[in-house]
Ligand binder design. Structure first.
Ligand SMILES: Cc1cc2nc3c(=O)[nH]c(=O)nc-3n(C[C@H](O)[C@H](O)[C@H](O)COP(=O)(O)OP(=O)(O)OC[C@H]3O[C@@H](n4cnc5c(N)ncnc54)[C@H](O)[C@@H]3O)c2cc1C
Length: 446
């Protein structure tokens, strides 16, 4: 039986970063990454296969990244884990022994228990190239597409499908698309852009049944409003659940949000087994309570913690803030930390401040766009707890600045005078730098 120092199960955002990080801190350890798929996908790139990239083969993370660092890649499925023996068993019965194990088995899409869910041309978002090629073949022949779920996955697919000229409708049970990620004012901006891009929105509406024809192929979706939408393809994007089967069968502890329980060092209930990414339980940075957030950026950060700690505990996980961006046409939207709704639910009193400014200066600079920033500060301490941004291409990095300020617990006074840099073609003006202006606005309200 092969025995290695570190075995990583999962070869996506968490697995790759965990293995690469472990290598940085231990040049001599034997490291293997086992993953099911022949090729590793860029998971967040999946929607862009269908309008921008036009081919699943372009959405790949090359194995070279790992091979160049002397990390072995095994394409196989780990069928079971024996934590007492410290072995895993692969699909053909081969065993691998490990010194330390990192579980990075990710998540799988939630499948709605809807009548008609198994009809031909009903898809979910499975991170697997052959499956995504099947979706590509179907989309090439489709005309009317219904997307069930108006979260960021549904919205990104809708925008990409529109680039192919398809008739696209999003069905969302909540009053607004993106409502779990942004406050209503930002959802309204997003919905205006989606509508401008030609996406039909059926919000406050539940998909009740997927209807098929005699050949077993989808032909429509029946809504709670009584309306039936014509569809020759349905995409269901209603979230994911942690992939914890291996961990459960091995007797590892599971958390409240159904992820593999981990401590702040990313250790599971077995101290030689770590977990990172979508499969691992998350804890809120703000409340320390279990969190349902699952993002590639969180997976990578947890992997940087687990990858180091397998060879000696050094890094602690401060919990998830959640920094995320998306784009609809030329409108980018970002969020870091808590929205107003989330802050209220968590029990915070807060003050908001906003600014709407141009993202270059002077305004006559080419491709100058309006940027809106809203910040939330906890009322008593004046500490930044959340921010939302809508604007042009710099939105994502402005959002990441907010995430860093939140993590460092910057106060409104500190945010108003943090040292930023500006350039006419690249940023807002120093006179009304968006983050500082929004903090100044909040300071007038405490
Ligand atoms: C369409 C879409 C768009 C997204 N966009 C964004 C975005 O823009 N930004 C963002 O931050 N997040 C985004 N996400 C979320 C992000 O993709 C996930 O958070 C991320 O993929 C989690 O990475 P992971 O490594 O934990 O798990 P996964 O990506 O789910 O990977 C799990 C890995 O484990 C392997 N595996 C599982 N079980 C076994 C087994 N038994 N044996 C061997 N291998 C196994 C799989 O083969 C795979 O390699 C998006 C998700 C989707 C679906």
């Amino acid at each position: 039986m092969k025995k290695i120092d570190l075995l990583v199960v999962g070869g996506s955002a968490a697995g790759i970063v965990a293995a690469l990080t472990a290598r940085k801190y231990n040049k001599n350890a034997s490291i293997i990454v086992v993953r099911k798929e022949g090729k590793a996908l860029v998971p967040c790139g999946i929607p862009y296969i269908y309008g921008t990239l036009k081919d699943p083969a372009k959405d790949i993370i090359p194995d070279k990244l790992l091979l160049d660092k002397n990390i072995e890649v095994v394409v196989d499925e780990v069928k079971s884990l024996n934590k007492d023996e410290k072995t895993v068993t692969l699909s053909k019965g081969e065993k691998i022994g490990y010194g330390k194990l990192i579980l990075a088995t990710g998540s799988v899409p939630i499948v709605l228990p809807l009548p008609g869910i198994n009809l031909k041309n009903v898809f979910t978002v499975i991170k697997d190239i052959p499956y995504l090629q099947g979706l590509m073949a179907a989309i090439e022949k489709a005309r009317d597409v219904v997307i069930i779920g108006g979260g960021f996955i549904g919205v990104e697919f809708a925008d990409e499908f529109r680039k192919r000229g398809l008739n696209v409708t999003i069905v969302e049970i909540l009053p607004h698309c993106l409502q779990l990620a942004y406050d209503e004012d930002f959802c309204v901006i997003a919905e205006k852009k989606l509508t401008e891009r030609g996406v039909n929105l059926k919000t406050n509406n539940k998909a009740e049944e997927i209807i098929g024809d005699e050949s077993g192929k989808v032909k429509g979706v029946k809504l709670s409003s009584g309306e039936t939408l014509k569809a020759d393809l349905v995409l269901v994007g209603v979230g994911v659940r942690p992939n914890t089967e291996l961990a459960i069968n091995a007797g590892l502890r599971i958390g409240e949000q159904k992820g593999i329980w981990v401590d702040e060092y990313m250790r599971t209930s077995d101290e030689d087994i770590f977990a990172a990414g979508d499969c691992a339980e998350k804890y809120s940075f703000f409340t320390k309570k279990p969190s349902a957030l699952r993002l590639a950026s969180i997976a990578a950060r947890e992997a940087r913690i687990a990858g180091v700690n397998v060879f000696g505990l050094r890094r602690k996980n401060p919990g998830v803030i959640g920094s995320f961006s998306t784009i609809i046409g030329d409108l980018a939207l970002g969020v870091a930390g808590l929205t107003e709704r989330q802050a209220k639910e968590a029990g915070f009193n807060f003050v908001t401040g906003s600014a709407t400014v141009l993202d270059k200066h002077p305004g006559a600079m080419p491709e100058c766009k309006e940027m809106r920033v809203k910040l939330l500060f906890e009322k008593a301490s004046k500490v930044l707890i959340g921010g939302q941004v809508a604007g042009g291409p710099t939105t994502a990095e402005v959002t990441n600045i907010l995430a860093a300020l939140i993590e460092k617990k910057a106060t409104a006074e500190e945010v108003a005078i943090f040292q930023y840099g500006t350039h006419p073609a690249l940023t807002c003006s120093p006179i009304n730098y968006q983050i500082a202006e929004a903090a100044e606005d909040a300071l007038t309200k405490f």
